[in-house]
Design a protein. Structure first.
Lengths: 292, 252, 314
């Protein structure tokens, strides 16, 4: 009967929502790139790690708190994303999806191994913001709360940006129909550069917050890549809200599985959910892309 | 050999709804065995959708499709093809990196030992025998459409759905194509042809179905449907039909 | 298959048969690893190169074979039998996997397979009762085959899968696979049973990595999750084929040789650099030469054919 104690259930739920917010931030960026340029960026989690390592280095050298490091990291990785897009990704836009998949897979391998060359495979973390907040019987570790807060702020901002600003609408136009957008005078190449930079920046923000929650190494990307793909397949590729819901769903399910079964099974949740969705509905729960 | 009187293809109450766009609204159609039947109608009337459904590519339709008195709605495209129903595409879908010979041979039945010879023979009919080893993507568009047409002949189907087979092909080869259609028809192959060129329809088809906005609005030989009120209305709009003009005059 | 190629193949096999008589253990080991890479590359080529369904987690079958073979060997089976059995087990596992994932079109299949290797590693780590988890299993030298035996087994596997690829390529089955790669929808429309073809290719492509994994386990006398469910192996399988020329018979052989040479130069001191270089090669290929190195020769041949064709359009 203890397992069904509402307090415990609430604890799992909140823990899941917090984690889910972070996942959602990551997945939304990935989705954005797919929506705008039909490229599946396997290296997305590596941009997250770039953000994490920049924050780590800033902490080690300058003692910067990760939340402060955001101010430096996010623009820096934004620029990196823009450059990577212009030099590499732009060349595979319009080619078959598998081409971009393989190209970004190659990029991820390069980034991971460059990371290993620089930082070796040791696990790092930024041990700030220790302790938890207590709301009655519910305990929330401070870093997770901060991470969730930042994730929500950024995700909502991006959502509003896409919906309300001219630039955001231009991005959505290119995502709907690039050729028509071009005819209407939108600089499609510039939009793609901006979008990729934005997605990379979102990933980096997630990475910065990550440093306070998990310990990570250059090879930590694989797990998150798995989660991201599970999310966008569940939520449907190209669907912003789908990625949001999918991220939260994954976070919550992981939390409950981790609580009721074991943490190891929780890690497998992403893949299991993926398999489940593929079995039942390959186009995801709300998809635009045709999977069959 | 006694001729079978039953239709080779029969659809009943075929509906296809694309989430709001009702592409096919209860299509009832029968293709007589051994005929060359035309399927015409304004753009967007549902002709290609009809082909997609009958050939098994589009599996979201409801209703009945009978081919050779067998229900085929819901079967996979290759199952339908293996039973003897083949179709061509509006835009060429030749395999770009396969050679012309490979393009043809892959369309023959699996254990067909004479596939290579048949391919050669077909290519000679359209004077493309020198292009055996040329890759699909290196052909001109007209050549691709021809090869695609030959491709569906490789399995010797009993019914062929042709979706604007002559579009993009130069006039000389177009003639060859229609001659081949007639020749094969004389040997027993049935054709259902989507065409916009009314001369071809008049010349080639023994009967014609007219599709408009997902419904069959007329059926008969070309001369009969050419003056059909509803057909003219579908193509030219209400205001221009003779009856409307007469009505207009009467009120003047 | 063209006589010239068969001659070359016979020559290479002959060399490979004879070299261990003269060479030191070091060179035999190198060749063993080269043959292993060739076998893996050809296997990956069977599904990903021929059908265009890029299997991202294919190294998982290697890992499955490594563990299966090890356990069977420790269970008392003769080593050569375990190689066959492990391959069969890998093939068996691939059946439900294939049925589940091959229903999806290209990129979705790739994504679904992306985590397979990681899943394999996780299972190997967690199923401690069977696999001894992260500690791995050390095989007693008493039951292990010799370096020589391992070498010749690897040679047999590499030759067999290359021969299989050549055979498939020139038969109806290979033609249907390539048609699927070109345009799966159109292939279905001309009677190609895409489901059965894809599944067959997938299962065939899982058998040899399973067997190869076993031989590798015997060669190193040790298996643990990270070493046999290796992301490094995964990427190298992919790059070897794409670099050499996917969908061809000789492309994987060429690619495997090049990657092995690169490995010899870099791996000992800088494994990360080797992998980064491998990733770099893949990236360059995807950007500039998706057909791999063999396609360079092809374009010249096509150009000549074009010029010879002269005029005559339809």
């Amino acid at each position: 009967m203890e397992l069904l104690d509402p307090v415990i259930l609430l604890q799992f739920l909140i823990g899941g929502l917090l984690a889910g917010a972070l996942y959602a931030l990551l997945a939304c960026g990935l989705n954005l790139v797919f929506g705008v340029m039909r490229v599946i960026n396997v290296a997305h989690a590596e941009f997250m790690l770039i953000g994490a390592f920049i924050a780590y280095v800033l902490y080690k050298w300058l003692g910067l708190h990760p939340v402060v490091a955001l101010l430096v990291t996010v623009p820096a990785v934004f620029l990196l994303g823009v450059v990577v897009q212009r030099l590499l990704i732009e060349r595979v836009v319009g080619r078959p999806l598998l081409t971009s998949l393989l190209a970004t897979y190659a990029l991820s391998i390069i980034l991971v191994n460059l990371g290993l060359l620089i930082f070796a495979s040791d696990y790092r973390a930024v041990p700030v913001m220790q302790g938890s907040l207590a709301f009655g019987d519910i305990v929330i570790p401070k870093p997770r709360a901060a991470a969730a807060l930042v994730s929500i702020v950024i995700t909502v901002s991006v959502y509003l940006f896409l919906g309300r600003t001219r630039l955001g609408k231009a991005i959505r136009a290119v995502s709907e129909h690039a050729q028509v957008a071009q005819i209407c005078g939108i600089d499609v190449v510039r939009i793609r550069m901006l979008t990729f930079g934005l997605a990379a920046a979102m990933a980096a923000a997630a990475g910065v917050m990550l440093t306070m929650i998990y310990s990570f190494s250059p090879e930590s990307g694989a797990d998150f890549t798995q989660k991201c793909f599970a999310i966008i397949i569940i939520g449907g590729m190209g669907n912003f809200l789908g990625a949001l819901y999918g991220g939260i769903l994954l976070g919550v399910v992981e939390s409950f599985v981790g609580g009721f079964v074991s943490t190891q099974w929780a890690e497998a949740t992403a893949y299991l959910l993926l398999v489940l969705v593929l079995l039942i509905r390959p186009t995801g729960l709300t998809g635009i892309a045709d999977a069959r | 050999m006694a001729e079978r009187a039953d239709p080779i293809l029969r659809t009943h109450d075929l509906h296809r709804d694309f989430g709001g766009v009702h592409a096919l609204r209860g299509v009832d159609l029968q293709v007589r065995r051994g005929s060359i039947t035309g399927l015409i109608g304004p753009n967007g009337s549902g002709k290609t959708t009809f082909f997609q459904v009958v050939s098994g590519v589009d599996r979201g339709a409801s209703g009945e499709v009978w081919f050779d008195e067998q229900q085929i709605l819901g079967l996979k495209p290759y199952e339908i093809y293996q039973r003897g129903l083949a179709r061509t595409f509006q835009l060429s879908r030749v395999f770009p990196n396969l050679t012309v010979l490979e393009n043809l041979v892959v369309a023959a039945h699996r254990h067909d030992a004479g596939a290579r010879e048949r391919a050669l023979g077909l290519l000679e009919r359209v004077k493309l025998q020198d292009y055996l080893q040329v890759r699909g993507e290196d052909l001109s568009y007209g050549q691709q459409k021809l090869v695609e047409f030959l491709r569906v002949l490789m399995s010797e189907p009993s019914l062929i759905l042709l979706d604007e087979p002559a579009a993009g092909v130069n006039p000389t080869l177009r003639q060859t194509l229609w001659e081949m259609v007639r020749h094969l028809n004389a040997l027993g192959t049935t054709f259902l042809v989507i065409e916009h060129n009314m001369e071809v329809i008049a010349d080639l088809c023994t009967e014609v179905y007219v599709l408009s906005e997902g419904e069959i609005i007329a059926h008969g030989d070309f001369a009969a449907i050419r003056n059909d009120e509803r057909v003219l209305e579908a193509y030219f709009g209400k205001a221009r039909t003779p009856a409307a003009d007469r009505g207009h005059d009467a009120h003047a | 298959m063209p006589a010239r190629q068969m001659l070359l193949a016979a020559l290479l096999v002959g060399l490979a048969l004879v070299i261990p008589q003269f060479a030191s253990d070091y060179y035999v080991s190198f060749l063993l690893q080269l043959l292993m890479m060739v076998a893996l590359a050809q296997s990956w080529n069977l599904i990903s190169g021929m059908t265009g369904y890029v299997s991202f987690g294919h190294a998982a079958f290697f890992g499955i074979g490594a563990y299966a073979g090890t356990l069977l060997l420790q269970g008392g089976s003769p080593w050569w039998l375990t190689v066959l059995e492990a391959g069969a087990i890998a093939g068996l596992v691939s059946v439900p996997l294939g049925l589940l994932t091959l229903r999806l079109r290209g990129p979705y299949f790739a994504i679904a397979m992306l985590g397979l290797n990681e899943v394999g590693r996780a299972i190997a780590t967690l199923w401690v009762d069977v696999t001894r988890g992260g500690n791995g299993i050390t095989i007693s030298p008493a039951i292990l085959p010799s370096l020589s035996s391992n070498y010749y087994t690897m040679l047999l596997l590499a030759a067999a899968v290359t021969a299989l690829t050549a055979w498939v390529y020139h038969r109806r089955f290979g033609l249907e696979l390539r048609a699927i790669r070109e345009d799966e929808g159109a292939a279905e429309m001309v009677g190609v049973n895409t489901t059965r073809n894809k599944l067959t290719a997938f299962v065939l492509s899982a058998l040899v990595p399973g067997a190869v994994g076993t031989v590798y386990a015997f060669y190193t006398s040790y298996v643990n999750p990270s070493s046999v469910f290796s992301p490094a192996l995964n990427i190298q399988m992919i790059v070897m084929v794409i670099l050499g020329g996917s969908g061809t018979v000789w492309g994987p052989v060429l690619g495997a040789t090049l990657v092995m040479i690169l490995r010899e130069l870099l791996w000992a001191n800088f494994p990360a650099l080797h992998l980064a270089a491998v990733g770099g090669l893949l990236l360059l290929c995807m950007l500039f030469l998706p057909g791999g190195l063999l396609s360079l020769g092809q374009s010249r041949r096509r150009l000549r054919a074009e010029l010879a064709k002269g005029g005559g359009s339809g």
